[in-house]
Design a protein around this ligand. Structure first.
Ligand code: GLY
Length: 363
């Protein structure tokens, strides 16, 4: 079992990563003393698959348990869903000491954190992530969020969980699409911060795709350490440190938006965004051809696409302008100057960005 600390003064918390550890969750919660009554926000699929494991772990520590299931779609990150869950909590909350358990992937984590941040001006919550993407990224860092029709994540607050508990066994039933989506973020950590992790992925991607528990545990541990370190140094993204987590995300978000959040999920889009950012790094002389090829090869090896299909270049470029970091000449991209070394670059010529995108369009 691995214990990783997110150091944020009185808002510090642990990330626990391990295989077959859910039975120890109750013990951690008793020690944390954040409440007696667990209000678990999840979806029907996760509840059916793993609800009993979580329930047992909490009962055995003397905690009461109430499940609330919400639909498993991005649409659940809405004011309407948040309002209906909050009303349900308030019905249940009679003389109780409630804390929230976010039990699922990124949607459930973002929604649950947001609800925890506003109900009674803030109640404790913990993250029990069940997807690779949530374990390596969205459960850590305290950015909570809801979507608005015009853009994702427009509503939200920084509100840190009291614990992140990553049970590797919950990844057993992930389908390949979900696994690959999480792997894109793991490749990102290797590219921006950890050359050793990148090499590990190059050598072990087949084991990871075969859901080997030890390989999964290793990549979740390394990724959690990297994210914890970055968040500890720059919680609110105002020191320019947390920004490097956006490698591949500027164009990745634009691809997601340009396809109406349909053809590409988050991980698939940021994989393409990483190739485009790596290409720009190469054209600016920051990395050589061989380094660029390593990135493309690894992304391809894990089964992520390396070419954009059915999304026009113009739509992708236009979608960049909705990003607040991309205003006229004053754009900002995270580039790399080697595997494991990120660099923030501003004012990249539009022609270079367009060219890098064009090269990725299939056909
Ligand atoms: N909740 C995800 C983050 O803070 O980055």
């Amino acid at each position: 079992m691995n214990i990783i600390k997110v150091n944020l003064g009185k808002h510090s918390y642990d990330i626990i990563v391990g295989s077959d550890i859910i039975k120890f969750l109750g013990k951690y919660l008793v020690k944390l003393n954040i409440g007696k009554d667990a209000y678990i926000i999840t979806n029907a699929k996760i509840k059916k698959r793993f609800g009993i494991n979580l329930e047992k772990a909490l009962y055995s520590a003397g905690l009461s348990v109430k499940f609330k299931t919400i639909p498993d779609t991005e649409k659940s990150k809405s004011i309407e869903t948040a309002y209906s869950v909050i009303r349900d909590i308030s019905q249940y909350d009679k003389k109780r000491r409630i804390f929230i358990v976010a039990f699922g992937g990124g949607v459930i984590g973002d929604l649950s954190g947001f609800i925890a941040s506003i109900y009674k001006r803030g109640i404790p919550y913990i993250q029990v992530p069940t997807t690779l993407l949530a374990q390596v990224d969205s459960s850590i860092g305290g950015k909570t969020a809801l979507d608005l029709p015009q853009a994702k994540n427009l509503i939200g607050a920084f509100y840190q969980p009291k614990l992140v508990f990553s049970e590797i066994k919950f990844l057993n039933t992930l389908d390949k699409k979900q696994l690959r989506s999480g792997l894109a973020e793991v490749i990102k950590y290797g590219a921006i911060k950890d050359a050793q992790l990148f090499s590990y992925l190059e050598k072990n991607y087949k084991n990871i795709l075969a859901l080997s528990p030890s390989s999964l545990e290793y990549i979740v541990k390394c990724s959690s350490e990297i994210k914890a370190g970055i968040v500890s140094s720059d919680e609110r993204e105002d020191k320019g440190i947390r920004t490097i987590l956006n490698f591949g995300h500027t164009t990745g978000h634009a691809i997601e938006a340009a396809c109406g959040y349909k053809a590409y999920n988050h991980g698939e889009a940021i994989a393409l965004g990483m190739i485009i950012a790596a290409d720009m790094s190469k054209c600016l002389g920051l990395i050589d051809e061989q380094t660029f090829n390593r990135i493309v090869k690894l992304i391809r090896a894990v089964g992520l696409q390396t070419e954009i299909r059915n999304v026009p270049q113009a739509a992708i470029i236009n979608a960049h302008y909705r990003d607040k970091k991309f205003i006229g000449k004053k754009n900002r991209f995270v580039l790399i100057k080697g595997i494991g070394k990120a660099k923030i670059a501003e004012n990249i010529p539009l022609e270079l960005i367009k060219e890098a995108i064009k090269k990725r369009i299939a056909g």
